[in-house]
Design a protein around this ligand. Structure first.
Ligand SMILES: Cc1cc2nc3c(=O)[nH]c(=O)nc-3n(C[C@H](O)[C@H](O)[C@H](O)COP(=O)(O)O)c2cc1C
Length: 285
């Protein structure tokens, strides 16, 4: 498994990524296809150590089996799907979020569109296509292709319903040790890093990530949305946390802020009611 290499362009890539549910009638070929395949073939390990298997699936083949592979009509025209499998371990879903987002950003960097699908796809069909074992799950998939110039009506309705362009204000997401809102100035030099966490995609755009700064350490928590946990058969908000970790680590790396993930669960003090501790970014000199 590879560690993620530092990419100075990653902040720009994170800023550019948005979900696409409508695709141009144009295959992904040549150098872009080769680069995409090499990304899919060599994923990094997740921060908690799970390995995630990624695969590309041709939509044409998939569509021939219509009833067996589908997205309930949400996605139109994608030539390819990217899917992944992970073991059902204690932190498998967080690891999946981290690794799959790494691949999503790789596709974005190649000028391709993507859209996390955790609820609106046929999980079992993709599981069969990927040869998922008994104790493995396909938590999410994504179409991959060139975005259509004009989004379909379904795409626009989804974006509007999820409020996809919006993000919660800093004051609801980021805090200091006294549980007071953390301002960008007080977050420096990590202000841009937290901005990148905030731009992350999350299931139904619920943005369940909460971050507390303690010195140069950043503790990440999950604040669940009521009633959401069992809605889709997979705990999608744990995936959201992995995505946040991916954005945090990659933008810190790009900004030259050295550090790594650690478990500080016993040292973080009391968090507000309902916050579940996930991991801490521990700065290194
Ligand atoms: C784990 C996860 C699951 C998602 N599942 C779906 C889905 O089933 N269908 C869908 O249309 N969008 C899905 N989305 C996309 C979100 O709605 C989208 O990321 C969010 O509204 C923010 O919009 P943006 O990605 O354009 O920034 C999912 C996103 C994540 C992270």
């Amino acid at each position: 498994m590879n560690a993620i290499a530092s990419d100075p362009k990653i902040i720009h890539v994170i800023e550019r990524r948005v979900s696409w549910r409508s695709y141009a009638d144009r295959p992904v070929t040549g150098a872009v296809r080769a680069e995409l395949e090499s990304t899919i073939d060599s994923p990094p390990a997740g921060p908690f150590g799970s390995s995630v298997r990624l695969a590309l699936i041709e939509a044409s083949a998939a569509q021939r089996k219509t009833a067996k592979l589908g997205t309930y009509g949400v996605v139109k025209g994608a030539p390819l799907f990217m899917a992944g499998v992970v073991g059902e371990t204690a932190h498998g879903l967080e690891d999946f979020g981290y690794v799959f987002q790494w691949a999503v950003l790789g596709a974005t960097e190649l000028g391709l569109g993507t859209c996390w699908l955790g609820g609106t796809f046929k999980r079992e069909s993709f599981g069969r296509a990927l040869g998922a074992g008994e104790d493995e799950v396909v938590p999410a998939v994504s179409p991959v292709g060139y975005p259509r110039r004009r989004r379909t009506a379904v795409d626009r309705v989804f974006r509007w319903a999820a409020g996809s362009k919006k993000r919660k204000p800093w004051s609801e997401l980021f805090f200091d040790e006294a549980q007071q809102p953390l301002s960008p100035a007080a977050a420096a030099p990590f202000d841009k890093v937290l901005d990148m966490v905030r731009l992350g995609p999350s299931a139904s755009n619920k943005q369940p990530w909460r971050v507390v700064r303690a010195g140069d350490d950043f503790h990440l928590y999950l604040l669940r949305s009521p009633g959401y946990r069992r809605r889709f058969g997979v705990d999608l908000q744990r995936i959201d946390m992995g995505i946040a970790m991916c954005h945090f680590e990659r933008s810190a790396q790009a900004l030259g802020l050295a550090g790594g993930w650690g478990d500080r669960a016993t040292g973080v003090g009391t968090a507000p009611e309902g916050w579940r501790y996930v991991a801490s970014w521990v700065a290194s000199a």
